[in-house]
Design a protein around this ligand. Sequence first.
Ligand SMILES: [Ca+2]
Length: 239
Amino acid sequence: MKKLLFATLAIVLAFTLSAVSTIAAVDRDLNKVVVSQGKAYTAFGGYIENPNYVDTGDVEFTDGIITTEPGYDASWYGFQISRAQEDAEEKLYYEVVIDLGAVTDGLADFIFHTENFISVGIDLPSKVEFFVSDNGTDFTSAGVGAVTGTVDDATATYNTVELLLDDAVSGRYVKTVITNGDMNMVFCSEIQVIQYTSEAPVESQPETTPPNTSDDIAIFLAIVAVSAAGLVVISRKRA
Ligand SMILES: [Ca+2]
């Protein structure tokens, strides 16, 4: 009888560990949800003098509109070097903090949509780093993005800076820290934070709360814990 109980417990624990491991590992075959879309944010490092460069309506980073044509019209947000901050190494940088509205699991992709347009003083940032936080104060780095797409200084190009994680992270606040390149300006039309889930059938859900599987898993773990405790009690009584 004891052997059967131990075997049952082993199966339950194995299943539990399996369920937990699926929280972090990214499966990009699942449904893609842009959890940042439609979310509020704060941004530092702007060029407020020119109406083309300002953040029209304070929504441009998360409104879902991605400009793939290099330029400097109103759909772009222009970070200007005179408004940047400085870090300990005296490298100028800018930052955008998106509030997802609730701690969100499964954050897998972080994408900064930008451009390289040397002839008008815009180039790629030298570094884009993404951070996550549950409370908006204590941030942990998720990693540094890599430039994708063809970069040609002789022509204007649309590019992204992407961080694609193997193991997802969680958080309510996503901070993007952008370090300037060699020119005076860095432009951006969208920042995307992407989750892959089996629960959402649509690609994006503006103005809605992203699906959160943590509650379901917590309930499942609680049931497993109660079941395991019951089995231990039965085991002791029969020993
Ligand atoms: Ca946009």
